[in-house]
Design a protein around this ligand. Structure first.
Ligand SMILES: [Zn+2]
Length: 536
């Protein structure tokens, strides 16, 4: 009967995720799903939500929570900003599949992203085994896994630079097919990281052809987001067009002063490809800085063979001289951030082994130690065994606005789960992405309506990722819901003080259970690991 819901929410303006205008109705939740929308609903529990907006829980389509979920299953930094589903395994960096013979290489590949607080057995082989092991004690939010091309390539041929043999290609395709059959939502690549950067367009196109028969989408951290941005977009679109599969351009931006403004052309390329039948979208984080590993500053020749080989080279004067020359003079096709941004715009964010440099630019670190910036960088890489991460300031405000406003873009965090009130200077997007987007681009600047903005963080990413039954406030859908105060919603995390929860997110409900209540985490763990095509 409709009179005994587990939970009834009344008085809220409902923005349902479709982009349609808000409406006033009560919502009744039973057994984890929305089972009634109307008037005078009766429930065991009621939330009086007068003055608040009720919308679907946010779906973060570009997220790396899989690296830290074993350490922080409550994912406070995400649920407190309204994220109910994180799409994980991005940038080619999934935690599986792993070939036991090459588990050490996989561990080195993923080491900069893992949290020291977590216990990683590295005994899993498949995605299914990884998620089974790491979510045994429950998780607060839903996770939708993707499988990484880099991880697959390591399982088959380590950090070997060469093109795959026929046999190796078949093995990679088998691993991808198996991951998709286990429920992965698609394939991702990170083409600036080894071994992703060793794969040419032909190799990627053939691997991605598995998606044609097994379903799923292709998301890519492209080869180049700077000088060769447009060529990289064209490569991605061609892969989608040849295979007839949906593609997603991850954390879209034009990096480096010389490239500012190019997002107008890149978005035009995407729009034209849509006309030809390519289902392309992009995502974007609402900040002017990115964050990644410190090793990404090195030219590909320094990274060949993985982190261990890099460390060997950084002890050899001849190699050091060559790497320095490549940084100063550039290498065709390589995105040289040091040249395009300058040492002063590269800031160390997390450096477990040398805490005192956190928050300092490479220029400052060099000055303090009386070395050249190159010497300071190489020294840091050696001392930290390549595990430090950095913030890189290279995006232009007008470009960010252009991408955020485009109807093809979703908003995503591109972050990890962070220790609540933990150390280091992680990118504030871990805590603030979604409140910041709503505050800045809707309430303050009025670039988007509330309805359009909510669509970009709910039904658009859910539909793109192929997650059924989520992303809308609709009868029959899972009760993943957010109650927010449109007058006060605001991110509080900054680059200098990143460990701060946002304001204005009052309730967050995952599968019918509150994980945030009156603005506080409840420490409940109703989240699920979602599987493609099995959740509705
Ligand atoms: Zn990335």
């Amino acid at each position: 009967m409709s009179d005994d819901f587990d939970l009834v929410i009344r008085g809220a303006k409902i923005i349902d995720g479709t982009g349609n205008p808000f409406f006033l109705r009560e919502v009744g939740v039973k057994a984890g799903r929305i089972r009634g929308m109307g008037k005078n609903l009766k429930g065991k529990r009621c939330i009086d939500a007068e003055g608040l907006v009720l919308c679907p829980g946010f779906v973060d389509i570009h997220n790396h929570a899989d690296h830290g979920i074993v350490a922080f299953p409550d994912a406070e930094c995400y649920v407190m900003q309204g994220v109910t589903t994180s799409v994980v395994g991005n940038c080619g960096l999934s935690m599986a599949p792993v070939d036991p013979k090459r588990a050490d290489l996989a561990r080195h590949y993923l080491a900069p992203f893992l949290r020291k607080e977590g216990k990683y057995s590295w005994e899993w082989r498949t995605l299914e085994e990884f998620f089974h092991e790491t979510t045994r004690s429950g998780i607060a939010q839903n996770l939708a896994p993707l499988v990484g091309q880099g991880t697959i390539r390591i399982a088959v041929k380590g950090f070997d630079e060469g093109a795959p043999t026929r046999e190796e290609m078949d093995s990679m395709k088998r691993l991808l097919a198996q991951s998709l059959d286990e429920g992965a939502f698609g394939l991702t690549s990170g083409l600036i990281y080894p071994p992703g950067c060793f794969a040419d367009a032909e190799e990627l196109t053939e691997l991605a052809s598995v998606l044609k028969t097994h379903g799923g989408f292709y998301a890519t951290h492209m080869r180049n987001e700077g000088d060769r941005l447009l060529q990289s977009v064209a490569e991605t679109l061609a892969l989608g067009e040849v295979n007839g599969i949906p593609v997603q351009i991850s954390h879209h931006k034009a990096f480096g002063r010389a490239n500012w403004g190019k997002v107008k052309e890149s978005l035009a390329l995407m729009e034209a490809a849509r006309e030809r039948g390519v289902e392309v979208n992009c995502d974007v984080y609402p900040y002017l800085a990115g964050m990644t590993t410190l090793t990404s500053l090195l030219p590909p020749s320094a990274l060949e063979g993985g982190v261990e080989q890099m460390l060997v080279r950084l002890e050899n004067p001849e190699d050091i001289r060559r790497i320095e020359t490549e940084i100063q003079e550039g290498v065709p096709g390589w995105e040289n951030w040091i040249q395009s941004l300058g040492w002063e715009n590269i800031i160390i964010s997390e450096c477990e082994k040398k805490k005192e440099v956190e928050g300092l630019s490479l220029e400052e670190i060099a000055q303090r130690s009386g070395r050249t910036p190159c010497e300071a960088l190489f020294g840091l890489l050696r001392e930290t065994l390549g595990t430090a991460t950095m913030l890189i300031f290279g995006v232009n405000e007008e470009d960010l606005r252009t991408v955020v406003k485009n109807p093809l873009s979703c908003i995503a965090s591109d972050s990890w789960v962070i220790a609540p009130r933990g150390g280091g200077k992680p990118h504030p997007r871990a805590y603030g992405t979604f409140p910041r987007f709503l505050k800045t681009f809707v309430r303050d600047n009025r670039d988007l309506t509330w309805e359009e903005a909510i669509r970009k963080i709910t039904s658009l990413p859910a539909t793109k990722a192929g997650i059924p039954g989520r992303g809308l406030v609709k009868e029959g859908f899972w009760a993943d819901l957010v109650l927010l105060d449109p007058q006060t919603i605001e991110d509080k995390a900054t680059f200098s003080d990143p460990h701060r929860f946002p304001e204005g997110i009052r309730y967050v409900i995952v599968n019918g259970e509150p994980v945030v209540e009156n603005g506080q985490p409840t420490e409940r763990r109703p989240g699920q690991v979602l599987k493609r095509q099995s959740q509705f």
